[in-house]
Design a protein around this ligand. Structure first.
Ligand code: SAM
Length: 283
């Protein structure tokens, strides 16, 4: 089996030596840029290192496999903190009084269901590329009063099946770091959001200060993958989830990407020492 990472490193080493920068110096520079928060989007992290499939296909496959125990493991891994963060997102959206809400990368649908319960919106759509995750979501609403206001559909955030300006509010929780092409996904969101509509992202981020930053790396790199390995059906999924979280642009870097797409009133609100961040923006 070809080890793509090994070959990629060799190519990078070659390129750097050609411009006279040692690997050690380049790592130090990268760390500097990470610390300074001036990072550009890092190389795409994918779930299965030796797979030839696109990131999108790998992500779909991975979430199909882990869909059955996603909810339980999610709660354990976030030590229950995600419940509080999600409540804030639900309140922000409900307070904006939307009549239509789109929850992208809805997964097992918890956020979309909460929007249906807590807001007055008459149309809530949860969209995801994983049929496995969607079937868990659909089971939660079948035979319930909410079923005629919420629907779950298969779709790709980078090619949304909706016309321009279709939704008053759009959310993505723990989804954008899985997009194959972040800017394409964000441009699609901008396109289908109504003028003055509200866009809210909930995503993992890396704490800035000691000792939370060090504790974060010990937890996400050491403990989280072990919990995943023991309890998940997919042994590498939780490696991917922690690795992708630690390299994904966050804070000011993500704010700037949102502004570049065209979003206005962009704000970021770090949660629980910065291990997650809520971003809000308007069109
Ligand atoms: C970590 S889960 C988050 C699920 C849910 N939003 C939550 O907060 O628990 C990420 C979800 O993003 C979905 N996803 C990844 N890439 C996507 C894409 N391009 N379009 C739509 N959904 C996508 C995955 O299938 C998965 O269900």
């Amino acid at each position: 089996m070809i080890n793509l990472n090994y070959h990629r490193n060799q190519v990078n080493k070659l390129k750097l030596s050609q411009v006279g920068i040692s690997l050690k110096k380049s790592v130090a520079l990268q760390l500097y840029f990470m610390e300074a928060g001036i990072g550009v989007m890092k190389e795409n992290v994918t779930p299965y290192k030796d797979s030839d499939l696109t990131k999108k296909k790998q992500v779909e496959q991975m979430f199909d496999t882990i869909s059955g125990n996603y909810d339980g493991l999610n709660r354990v891994i976030s030590l229950g903190a995600d419940v509080k963060w999600r409540k804030k997102v639900v309140k922000m959206i409900a307070d904006s009084n939307p009549s239509s809400i789109l929850d992208i990368a809805t997964g097992t649908g918890d956020l979309a269901i909460k929007f249906t319960e807590k807001s007055t919106a008459d149309k809530v759509v949860g969209l995801d590329i994983s049929e496995g995750m969607l079937s868990v979501a659909r089971k939660k609403t079948e035979n319930s009063d909410l079923a005629d206001r919420v629907s779950f559909i298969k779709g790709d955030s980078e090619a949304l099946p909706f016309s321009d300006n279709s939704f008053d509010a759009i959310t993505v929780s723990f989804g954008i770091r899985n997009f194959e092409n972040l800017e394409k996904g964000l441009s699609e969101i901008y396109r289908v959001l109504s003028p003055k509509g509200l866009f809210v992202i909930l995503e993992t981020s890396v704490p800035k200060n000691f000792p939370w930053k060090q504790g974060y790396f010990v937890y996400t790199r050491g403990i989280m993958p072990v919990i995943g390995k023991i309890f998940s059906k997919d042994k590498v999924a939780y490696n991917y989830l922690s690795e992708s979280a630690s390299v994904f642009p966050h804070g000011e870097v993500l704010n700037n990407i949102l502004k570049k797409i065209g979003f206005k009133e962009v704000k970021n609100m770090p949660q629980t020492f910065g291990v997650a961040t809520i971003y809000s923006a308007t069109k």
